[in-house]
Design a protein around this ligand. Structure first.
Ligand code: FES
Length: 398
């Protein structure tokens, strides 16, 4: 049976629970795709924390502004530091050892215990500036953020140079150093909410002294965070960008593996970037890339990927659509009306010697992950990147 804890059960940034609940909260919070009610009633705000309640749930109930998105311990928007108390395994599940040792925990997974002290901190975030935005398709935009060059130094202090085939002007970095195409970063917009995206490009343009990080953002209908990014955020505006993370980028250790990439929707941004990185690093084993979406017009990198396939003999690309209405309009060759699983069954034998990279829609990524696992592909050979956003609207998104 749940037992109520005392009123002062935990501290955030040195303030006890009851002080947090009585503080006025900012009204100009950032737009979000999943805007929760942040106005807890006075009854809610004065009620004690309950046994088993997470930090996120407690703050939400108290009406305290905080960063979060998926609430599943995936997107990292809610990371805080636990400075007093012992974190549960779940509160740190999936975090790198370095972050665990530093006390980082997921606020959405951290069950609060009496006396725990949490700190929100800007450690792990940098200020990024939006320097460009362009439309890639009717619904997808590329957003380019500039970050200071100091954040791009490798562990040795200097960027490493690519393979001889690669663009010498564009360095690659040690695996654990910041910002590699295919890794994830979280964007925080002002007070409160954030979203996590895969990195679709990293460049160091001659005309700027800063590095540029590109993200592909699908502008969702009724999605206020993505609409804010795609429509309202002004060029030159700063926002917070998290340190990069994830295991969906290319590593030289993969050079003897067949690489299979599946991208759903705007997941093609990071997926194609990792393909290019592998090719630039001289990967010789076969690389296949499937881009699945609804309509042919959604395959917004189609021409560029066909061109790449012509240039690189080890690279295969296939567009896949789902809309029956387009049956008469496609060539049924490079664009097929087919699902991913059918393609994987027909063209690939999964197992030792292959790696599967999945990007995009959480449900579809989970479905293909299950298929691959049941077909004997070890989980450490499945590199899945997807973010499920919990919809906290009173009216569900249609
Ligand atoms: S990881 Fe906690 S909100 Fe996403």
């Amino acid at each position: 049976m749940e037992s109520p804890l005392s009123m002062t059960t935990f501290y955030l940034d040195g303030r006890p629970l009851e002080a947090l609940s009585s503080e006025p909260q900012p009204s100009d919070r950032a737009p979000s795709d999943t805007v929760p009610s942040n106005s807890a009633s006075s009854e809610q705000a004065s009620s004690p924390a309950h046994g088993g309640e997470t930090l996120h749930r407690a703050l939400l109930r108290l009406g305290v502004a905080h960063n979060y998105s998926c609430t599943k311990g995936v997107c990292r928007c809610c990371l805080v530091k636990l400075t007093t108390g012992v974190p549960t395994a779940r509160a740190q599940k999936g975090l790198e050892d370095e972050l665990k040792a530093d006390g980082w925990v997921f606020g959405c997974q951290s069950v609060i215990k009496p006396g725990m002290r949490f700190e929100t901190t800007d450690d792990g975030f940098c200020e990024a500036v939006l320097v460009a935005r362009r439309s890639l398709s009717p619904e997808v935009y590329e957003l380019v953020f500039a970050i200071p060059p100091a954040l791009m130094e490798s562990s040795a202090g200097e960027p490493k140079v690519r393979s001889p085939e690669a663009d010498a002007a564009k360095p690659v970095f040690a695996p654990l150093s910041p910002f590699i195409a295919g890794q994830c970063v979280s964007l925080l917009g002002g007070e409160g909410f954030g979203r996590t995206y895969g990195i679709a490009d990293v460049s160091f343009p001659a005309a700027d002294t800063r590095y540029h990080i590109s993200l592909h953002v699908r502008r969702k209908r009724n999605g206020s965070f993505s609409q804010w990014l795609c429509d309202a955020l002004e060029i030159g505006a700063p926002l917070k960008l998290s340190r990069p993370w994830g295991r969906s980028h290319y590593l030289p250790d993969f050079q003897n593996d067949e690489l299979i990439f599946v991208a759903f929707g705007s997941g093609i941004g990071p997926a194609a970037a990792v393909v290019r990185e592998a090719l630039n690093c001289g990967h010789q084993k076969p690389i296949s890339l499937y881009h699945a979406d609804r309509y042919p017009s959604d395959l917004y990198q189609h021409k560029a990927l066909l061109k790449l396939m012509l240039e690189k003999r080890q690279f295969f690309y296939q567009g896949l659509i789902a809309a029956e209405t387009e049956r008469e309009r496609i060539d049924h060759h490079r664009v097929q009306l087919a699902d991913v699983e059918t393609q994987l069954k027909a063209r690939h034998t999964l197992g030792r010697g292959s790696r599967l990279f999945l990007f995009g829609d959480a449900d579809k990524v989970a479905q293909i992950t299950e298929y691959a696992f049941l077909n004997a592909l070890e989980m450490d050979r499945i590199h899945a990147q997807s973010f499920e956003y919990r919809d906290l609207r009173r009216r569900p998104r249609r």
